[in-house]
Write a new protein. Sequence first.
Length: 155
Amino acid sequence: MKTLYIMRHGQAQARAATDAERALTDRGEAEVRQMVASLAGEMVGLEQVWASPYRRARQTAVIASEVLGRGAEPTLTELLVPEGRVEPLCEQIQNCQESSLLLVSHMPLVGELLHYLTGAEPGRYSMGTASVACVTLDVVAAGLGQLQWLHHREE
């Protein structure tokens, strides 16, 4: 069985030279720390962190790893960029050896992935900045996941 923690990056700067270079704001860093700290007890068996190579997702993944006491750097993958496709990502997850992963990405991909895995109609679950969902599944494929929980940052 695989346990996937699907996380959207924290609040980011509105502008940068490119979208990929947008950094977390101070508020974004704080909301990521707060969210991950509040969920640390739920994420005890986490084996690996994957992140989009975009700056704000990398920063989120590093903060999450730090809060969870993990020394390893996140694994960066183009499969987690905002316009990434769900099917190749799911194939990669299915083929990896780890059973517990934190995936740090962006909208619209995090929303699409959550709906794809759970079979929920698009738009059913929202993913604000620093939101984290937990999905368990035996096979990483459409509609086979069980949403265990979905947490949003406090306003």
